[in-house]
Design a binder for this molecule. Sequence first.
Ligand code: ARG
Length: 575
Amino acid sequence: MNIKSILKKHIIQSLTNNGIKKSSDILVYNTYDKKPWNYQINGIINIAKHTNQDSYTLAKKIAIKMQIHEMYKSIQVSQPGFINIFLNETWMFKKLEKKINSIRLDVKLQKPKNIVIDYSSPNIAKDMHVGHLRSTVIGDATARIMEFLGHNVIRMNHIGDWGMQFGMIIAYLQENKKKLELLKFLNFNAIYQKAKKLCEKNEKFLKKTQECTIKLQSDDKCYKKIWQEIVNITIHRNEKIYKKLDVTLSKKHILGESFYKDMLPEIVKDLKNKRIAIEHNGAIIVFLNTFKNRNGDPMGVTIKNEDGRFLYAATDLACLKYRYEVLHADQILYYTDSRQHRHLMQIIEIGKKAGYIPNDFQIEHHMFGMILSKNNRPFKTRSGENIKLSFLLNEAINRAKTIAKQKNPAISNKKLNLLAKKIGIGAIKYFDLSKNRSTNYTFNWKNILSFNGNTAPYIQYAYTRILSIFKKLEISMIKIKGKIQLTELCEIKLGFKLLQFEEIIVETSKKGMPHILCGYLYDLATLFSHFYENCSILFSKNIKTHNSRLILSFLTARTIKQGLKIIGISTINYM
Ligand code: ARG
């Protein structure tokens, strides 16, 4: 149940009944005062202005036509034209009861769309590093949320498996006479770095690198074999990380740059025919008026460079076309950092011009900021290298192990290992997800693993507290029966928060911003804590109150579990 959208629907109905079609200005706000189940409707003043009416009178007219619904306790109009809505508490309790019988916690399925989500997408022959955390974790949370809402999600791991790095690595392997059988023991990252340095100072090596790249790209069997081997080895290494991170990406979601290579000549030809791209100093370039360079001239997007290599933009155009034409995408979401924003905006614009996607196509770049270290510099090792993701995840698990052991010294090793994984990985993921993705954030172990504040351990702990109530009473959660009757402010607040679950999920999905859901789960856990401290459950004398509070606790536990699950975080049953 989505209260905000029901309210909006009622207002629009009432506007229509009053002969007004314009409803885009209507905004529904939660007033967040002492009783958060009060709402305010804004936008009437604007509509009154456009329709030449007195705003207060219009608000009154709209309110009168809305009065009948059982969800309202009262509707009041205030100057100069606000409508204040007070929800009927009995109606809220009924809706909470409805949740108990719903496995989806009364979250409606949406009309299914094919949604392509492009995320993680690391470059091959390099180790995944901390920079890949955000795309992988935020993209995966969005994929899960969209699926929960009933959409057909097409996960796309657009790996960079066709670039110059292969030419460099192959040239280096040849120079150093490395045996192919030993490939799986090699550190490609280090080889790539060495080759890159060699390219800078050794022209002969640079040339060899280019030759190797061209040989590979012209489908030379021998080069393709080495390439395939390097790709397979890296994918295998990355898969281990995905598993540890508990993300839903697997081999079947990989469709890398190399997949589109045969489409590229066609794309260039097509763009030239449509007079979108032109030949310029031997290269193929699209000039876009909407993107200006430093001199204020239309900026060129190079599709194919003068030595005949197709560039990143060409692949992304082919990929866009493929996703629309072949995968029948209704919507495409990209999760890459903000440095690729201009590139993607250019691709989208060229794609529309060329007719690869319709003009009103739903396509968005959900970009994100960087992860910084304490001194506000990019989060790197002391020697300035990227921190490997595998290292970071192991460190999180080890730190969580120490904390869990402190909290529970008698725990068995097997349980400790399981717990440490759920707490450590959950904490790293949640910390990232809980930050508004449009900004940078500072990495800090102490905050990430803290049991206070907006962190995964805090919410996971709240969940275990609820379980322990049921354990103490020796009753099974699912056996609780009875009615919901809330009287204390802190319990009504908790109940109302539970009713907002769908509204929050929908908002999170629309914006692709999991921090909205994280903030909600944190508030929920905090409200539960207030409720637990102020409203006795174990010792409540009245059986009806006792049951009602148990049901409320049960619903809180389920909402936390479901909420964490759809952002890819596990709950724990004990601490
Ligand atoms: N491989 C790229 C990188 O590591 C990200 C790819 C994002 N997706 C895309 N369709 N361009 O930066």
